[in-house]
Design a protein. Structure first.
Lengths: 231, 231
DNA sequence: CACGATATGATGTGATCACAAAAATGCCGC
DNA sequence: GCGGCATTTTTGTGATCACATCATATCGTG
């Protein structure tokens, strides 16, 4: 009756030295980020444990961690499920991203040397390639990698985790929307950001990141509205 | 050799219907917030379980949740310990608070009616009373209650948890500093915030909250500098 | 006396089990 | 045929145990 799709990579090898729980956490996290869990459906400990071939213990802790990071939600029934996106929540996520990500970018700016800039350019090329190939999944992965590589340059111990929590929340929604409308209309402001970095211009970098977020989230909000009208 | 102090309330009753793990979480959270764990010392599962009179299971999950919320940190040894405050971390916490809390306040502003304003005034009076009595612990609790009551008015599902994570990180440090220098020099801008609320003036509210954060964190940074010079 | 190897204890991780509550299922009466 | 109730199954929570690993203490040797 259950199991409409297999949410996990079948060829997922576990690096040794890593705890089993950490591996389960990473598997679940990735599955959530690419939207392999349908919102509203409850995720059971035993179900995940069986699918991954592990015991209940690591799954329990991984699920609880994801709940603490707001990637999953804990219902009053004590069941965990994939949270559904709502317009006010999307609005909040947008506002929070606009508050934190430009801040992280500007704080990281002084720490970006030539090597890091080259890495950013390499990742951005992969983003463009994924867009050209209409490969939604790698586009999302590489886009996230671009942002987080930029922010991580200034080694923030506080702000980065907050941003990661935000991406974990809106990631699956973005994935599902892009999966429907395609990645054709997606434009980013990564080159704008990189020229700002080259000029060491904090304000321009801030504006580029703000624009990038606004563009992306704006199209999502639009899609959300369209979807609301259809139903 | 261990157990210099008892970190928990001896008279802590557990409300029924609540899971044991949730109770342990609350106990640990409160103990951390009032600085009853010394930073750098490792918190062991069995130790906490013994002190609270529960088995290992609920403690494991509570600790893991607190680690996910960055109230505790997970060392490479797989031991959890109370993180120590560092100047760059404090700087980041200040920046993140300045980015998120005024945003939350302004977003909550339209939802603050007369009843909520009265509640804020009541809490602020308790803050002042605690300050007058030099009662650091209740001052911190009531100050936090004031801020969170304000922010929670607009029912943010996203931003509030981020702010709570921040308070959980700098709370114990603030506690330890105020415990040393006393609460005599503490001034807040709560009345400024409340007049801004009465006037429905978003900009004034933003400035009041920013000022409140800056004043508080500024004195902490100063103390941090003094402390660094001493050692 | 200092340094290092070994042994002992402590600790985290993972597995299995027992139990209570909730959900799903089936059944009977209307 | 359908709704309400009892039974069965599923599920989360908590407890206990086994094992590998790490820290500490102890002891031997240079």
């Amino acid at each position: 009756m259950n199991a409409p799709i297999a949410p996990f990579d079948p060829a997922a090898e576990r690096p040794q030295g890593e705890t089993l729980q950490e591996w389960v956490y990473q598997q679940l996290r990735q599955a959530i980020m690419v939207g392999r869990f349908v919102p509203g459906r409850s995720v059971t400990i035993r179900g995940v444990a069986e699918m991954l071939g592990v015991s209940l213990m690591p799954v329990r802790e991984a699920l609880r961690r994801l709940v603490a990071e707001h990637a999953l939600e804990l219902l009053a029934n004590r069941r965990v499920s994939v949270p559904q996106m709502t317009p006010p929540k999307l609005d909040e996520l947008c506002a929070a991203r606009l508050a934190l990500e430009p801040l992280a970018a500007v704080r990281a700016l002084p720490a970006i040397d030539a090597a890091r800039l080259a890495e950013l350019k390499r990742i951005d090329a992969e983003v463009d390639a994924a867009l050209a190939a209409s490969d939604v999944e790698t586009y999302l992965a590489k886009n996230q990698e671009f942002h987080l590589t930029l922010y991580r340059a200034g080694d923030s111990q506080v702000i980065i985790p907050l941003i990661e929590s935000l991406w974990l929340q809106f990631g699956p929604f973005m994935r599902s929307v892009l999966g429907r409308i395609g990645a054709s209309y997606v434009l980013d402001r990564h080159v704008e950001a990189m020229t700002a970095i080259e000029r060491k211009d904090p304000l321009a970098l801030r504006l580029a990141i703000e624009g990038d977020i606004r563009d992306g989230m704006g199209s999502l909000s639009l899609e959300e509205l369209i979807n609301a009208h259809r139903s």
